[in-house]
Each structure stands twice: as structure tokens, then as C-alpha cells.
Design a binder for this molecule. Structure first.
Ligand code: FAD
Length: 553
């Protein structure tokens, strides 16, 4: 059986965020965004209370899928169709809780093999139905929904039955893995043999290999292992033109890369059934060190120097002052993070290092590999941190951060229950523009909050460093006004942030993809001619616009 996330929120049923053991958090969010944690939670309706439009699938289409996949793998019940309607952006969560389902899929298909996937696509094309591949449903850019006005039958094709590691080549250090494998599925199978893929997005537990490839995902340890685009060596994709299988080689000079075309294609070219990925031996040693910098600017310069050095960290991350304050506020009483700014550290930072405590920025740097390699990298990083006015506070907070990282997303549902909206936007830009992108994005969001008359806050961290620049990841939240629609405010703030990315030399997304959410910036990002070429590629492969029409361009 394929398990899904809650239809109305993030993650598993029965798991939720709570704040009672984090005494500083409620006063902090009240002060910065007027979000009242003591407000009684808004009740999430039962699905049975909402008006779920009936499936419009013609009986002949259903029968054809049943013949190809078996009756138990063709679903049309309300819950299954609702779960496959949207991803997990704030917009998706708000709409689904309101019972605003848009154009629900009429059928949900669960193929178990590549041959069944081919049969499903063939049937969909013959019937001129829309087919949308579904991985874990964790995307936050609206890349799963059918156009509202779609009159053709819509089917969601869930890859959840295809989750095996098919083979492991210990010489080439590659593994063939089915596209429906969730992060834990493939890591458990690889770990059992002493290997790891090294790809850990925050959504790791609920997203799939196929989804990572189709959105060009990036994981926390990308500094060492690369983004999914680097990790993916070869793909097998069921397309309207037939099966595409790229060669399992390290690099190819064979014209424009078909493998690269599939990366980020969001289901518009076909269904990825499996991929060959680079894997690594489990590391001998793994540690995340915490550091403080006097301010964000010096933290950024230190990350740049680390990227240019001989150190090989797995994670480079530095929070701006606002995110640092938030992280400290979320710490449990007496925890390692709570101890980060204890009296001794405060005195050391202010008296010995001359830091302004309100401007201090927290950084986590991860190291993994051989004990000797880790030691060497740590020494180099320690020197760079000192040169940039920072100091280390040990590995305890980093260990805790590592353990808790997959729990953080539950906080969005918690604040939404209290009438507050929160979401993220991320971009990459060059080291030259990084600080101005940060400052201008924060200014744009604050201006947007002021214009719509809400109290809100925005904070940011750098993660994922490269030779020429890095990713910056912004989180914003606000209390929805009582007199108008919170989604309108969300649009204004999110739109201002995205436009500021483009206007200041950033891209519309470093790793969350385009979907429908970011589509209006695609021409400004890759140029109008670039967007036309991408559109022509999709039209060439899928002239009937049957595959996830409406995503990207
Ligand atoms: P889905 O959401 O199911 O689908 C996404 C797109 O891929 C759709 O267009 C779909 O049609 C297509 N697709 C899915 N499977 C296939 C397939 N087999 N063949 C063809 N097309 C397919 N992203 C990151 O990169 N890094 C992060 O750290 C990260 N953290 C997140 C944290 C939270 C709380 C949330 C909500 C999201 C986060 N994301 C992150 C975004 C999201 O998890 C990624 O975009 C992820 O790659 C989506 O994978 P999925 O399997 O859930 O795909």
C-alpha cells in the first residue's frame, strides 16, 4: 500500500508541532509578526464535510486502465483524488482546507512496472486525457495541479509502488533506483549495504527520487555530494515518443544533453521510471560544527572563503541576524541550541569579540568523510572563521539541528491553524551580488508588508555554496488580516520577493522549480527566447499537451 501525507497538511497523521517546551518562541513570534500562539486553533474540517466534485472519468477510460494495471491500482475515491490535487505550498494548504479543489484528478493510477507505466501513458494519449506524474506530492510551486478549465479527463500517475534499489555497482559507485522511492526507502536499502546517495532535502521523508529529478532538487549536503542534477548519471523516461534511456556514463558529448532536459522537466516530457545515481560509502566520520559571526556580511564572506579554500565541507550554512534570533527562540529549555547563547558565550561575544548580540549570525558547517579529511577541513574552516571575526561553539547544537531538521516543516500547519501564513522562497546568485540580493529582498518584503498593512517578518540563510556563488533561502510569515483574504496578502509578499530576486541578479528558484507559482518570471529569468525554446521542446515531445500542461511555460 502507498502511504500519503495528510490531505490537509504536512507529513504523517498524528505528528504535529508544539511549542510548550520552547518558552521563548511564543513571545518572539508575537513581537515580530503579531502571531498569537495562545489563540484557539482553527478547526480543520473533515474531508466528508467538504464538497468534493465527482470523478468525470468516462467508464471506458477507467476500464482500459483497470485492464492494464488491475482494479486495485486504479482509484477514484475522494481521499485519493484530493491527496493528488496539489502539492504542499502555503497556497495549496489554504486552498485545500477551504475545499477549493480546483480541477481534481478523475482517477489515480498506481503502476508497478515500467511496462505498466508505458501502458498507462498510451491509454491516456489515445483517450486525449491529461496525465500528471506524482512522486511524494511535496513540491511547493504548484507543479501538480491540472488547469482549472481542463475539460479532458485528468489522471494522476502515482509512482509509489516503484521504490526499489534495483542494483548497486560498487566499482562505478552507482545505483539503479526506481523513481517512486522516497528518501527513507532508498537510504535504508543503500545503507544496509554500506552506501548512501548523500541527497537530503528537508522534505526527504516525503519526496521521491523521480520528484527530485523532475524539480532539480538540492539536498542539505550538496556542498559535498552535489545537487540532484550532479548526482543523476542516467535516466529512463516513458515519453509520448517512446522510452528514453540515457547512457550510464560519467559525461557525454552527444549534443544537447537529454539527461539535462529531463532534469527539471516537472512531468512535461514523460514519466521518469528509474535513474542511475552516484552513491558513496557511508562516511567514517560526520560532524556539524556551530559558529557565530559578528554579522551576516562577515558570515557571507567567510562562506565564500571556505568555498575557495582546500576545505571540503558537506554543509555551509549561515543565518542572518533575524533567522539567528528565531533559531535561538525555537530552542528547548536546557537544550544544546538553548545553550548557544548562554551567559558565558554572550560575555565572550560582546566583551572579547566586540559583537553586537542583536546582529550576531549563527552558522553550521558540516564535515564528513575520513577522520583525517574531516580534521583537515575543520582546521582550515576554523582559521577562516577566526579571520572573519567569528568563533566556534562546538558540535552539540549542530547534532541537534541534524536530528530535528525533518520536524521543522510541521510548524507551517501550526501557524496556519492560528490564522497566520508562512512560506519560503529561495534563489541563487553570484558571490558578487549575494549581499545586495539579501538586503533588497528583505526591503521588498518589508515594503510589501507595509503596503498591505500587516505585521510580518522575513529571515534568511545561505546554504549550498558553489565556486561562483550560493543559494539564499528566505522564510516569511505574517498574521492574516481579519478584513481581507490572506492569500491576497500572500500573493503580494511572495510576488515582491520573487521580483526582487530577478531584479537583483538572482534566479527565480535555486531548487524548488517553476511549476505554476513561478511561471510568470520564467521569461525574465531564462529570457523570452529561452522560454520559447523550452516551450518548443515540450510541444515537440507532447503536441497534444497531455503531460502536466501548464507547468513551467
Ligand atoms: P511531487 O511534488 O510529487 O512532484 C513534483 C513535480 O515533479 C511535478 O511536476 C510532478 O509531475 C513531477 N514528478 C514527480 N515524479 C515524477 C516522475 N517519476 N516522473 C516525471 N515527473 C515526476 N526541495 C529541495 O530541493 N530541497 C529541500 O530541502 C526541500 N525542502 C522542502 C521542505 C518542505 C517542508 C517542503 C514542503 C518542500 C521542500 N522541497 C525541497 C520541495 C520538494 O520537496 C521538492 O521539489 C521535491 O523534489 C519534490 O519531490 P516529490 O517526489 O514530492 O514530487
Amino acid at each position: 500500500m502507498v502511504e500519503h501525507m495528510k490531505w490537509w497538511g504536512w507529513g504523517q497523521e498524528g505528528v504535529a508541532f508544539h511549542h510548550e517546551d520552547k518558552p521563548n518562541l511564543a513571545p518572539f513570534v508575537m513581537k515580530v509578526a503579531g502571531i498569537d500562539f495562545s489563540a484557539p486553533p482553527v478547526r480543520v474540517p473533515e474531508l466528508s464535510e467538504l464538497d468534493v466534485p465527482a470523478s468525470r472519468a468516462p467508464e471506458s477510460l477507467r476500464a482500459a486502465f483497470v485492464e492494464a494495471l488491475g482494479a486495485e491500482h486504479v482509484h477514484d475515491d475522494d481521499l485519493d483524488r484530493v491527496v493528488h490535487t496539489y502539492g504542499k505550498s502555503m497556497r495549496d494548504l489554504v486552498r485545500i482546507r477551504r475545499g477549493d479543489f480546483g480541477r481534481l484528478p478523475d482517477l489515480v493510477l498506481y503502476p508497478g512496472t515500467e511496462a505498466e507505466t508505458e501502458a498507462a501513458l498510451r491509454i491516456a494519449l489515445e483517450a486525449d486525457a491529461v496525465l500528471i506524474p506524482f512522486g511524494g506530492g511535496s513540491n511547493i510551486v504548484g507543479s501538480l495541479e491540472a488547469p482549472r478549465e481542463e475539460t479532458r479527463p485528468v489522471v494522476s500517475l502515482d509512482m509509489g509502488r516503484m521504490r526499489e534499489v534495483l542494483s548497486l555497482d560498487e566499482t562505478a559507485k552507482t545505483a539503479r533506483i526506481q523513481a517512486g522511492a522516497l528518501g527513507p526507502d532508498l537510504e535504508e536499502q543503500l545503507n544496509a549495504r554500506g552506501w548512501t546517495i548523500g541527497h537530503f532535502p528537508d522534505s526527504f521523508k516525503h519526496s521521491t527520487l523521480g520528484g527530485w529529478i523532475a524539480t532539480r532538487s538540492s539536498g542539505m549536503q550538496s556542498d559535498r555530494f552535489g545537487d540532484i542534477a550532479d548526482i543523476t548519471r542516467a535516466v529512463r523516461v516513458v515519453t509520448p515518443k517512446g522510452l528514453v534511456a540515457t547512457a550510464e556514463v560519467p559525461v557525454q558529448s552527444t549534443g544537447p544533453s537529454v539527461r539535462e532536459m529531463v532534469l527539471g522537466s516537472e512531468g512535461r516530457l514523460g514519466i521518469i521510471t528509474e535513474a542511475t545515481v552516484q552513491v558513496h560509502r557511508l562516511a567514517e566520520e560526520r560532524v556539524i560544527q556551530a559558529y557565530f559571526f559578528p554579522d551576516y556580511g562577515s558570515g557571507l564572506k567567510a562562506m565564500q572563503a571556505i568555498a575557495a579554500s582546500d576545505a571540503q565541507p558537506s554543509i555551509t550554512r549561515v543565518s542572518d541576524a533575524n533567522e539567528t534570533q528565531f533559531t535561538l527562540a525555537t530552542s528547548k529549555k536546557g537544550s544544546a541550541v538553548g545553550q548557544l547563547l548562554n551567559k558565558g558565550v554572550q560575555l565572550y561575544a560582546s566583551r572579547r569579540k566586540g559583537m553586537d548580540l542583536s546582529q550576531m549570525c549563527l552558522s553550521f558547517i558540516g564535515f564528513e568523510g575520513s577522520a583525517a579529511g574531516v580534521r583537515r577541513s575543520k582546521t582550515i574552516v576554523g582559521e577562516i572563521v577566526r579571520k572573519h571575526g567569528g568563533f566556534g561553539v562546538g558540535s552539540g547544537p549542530g547534532t541537534l539541528y541534524d536530528q530535528k531538521k525533518f520536524d521543522t516543516p510541521y510548524i507551517r500547519d501550526f501557524i496556519l491553524d492560528r490564522g497566520a501564513y508562512g512560506d519560503v522562497s529561495e534563489t541563487s546568485s553570484s558571490w558578487t551580488t549575494l549581499k545586495s540580493v539579501h538586503d533588497n529582498v528583505v526591503a521588498a518584503a518589508e515594503k510589501a508588508f507595509a503596503e498591505v498593512g500587516v505585521k510580518g517578518f522575513i529571515f534568511c540563510h545561505l546554504s549550498h555554496s558553489y565556486h561562483s556563488g550560493a543559494c539564499q533561502y528566505f522564510t516569511f510569515a505574517f498574521q492574516a488580516p481579519s478584513d481581507h483574504d490572506g492569500l491576497e496578502v500572500y500573493d503580494t509578499v511572495k510576488g515582491a520577493i520573487q521580483q526582487a530576486f530577478i531584479d537583483n541578479g538572482g534566479t527565480l528558484s535555486h531548487h524548488h522549480a517553476v511549476g505554476r507559482e513561478h511561471k510568470r518570471w520564467i521569461g525574465q529569468d531564462i529570457s523570452p527566447a529561452g522560454a520559447e525554446i523550452v516551450g518548443a521542446l515540450f510541444a515537440g515531445v507532447d503536441p497534444g499537451r497531455n503531460l502536466n500542461p501548464g507547468a513551467i511555460v
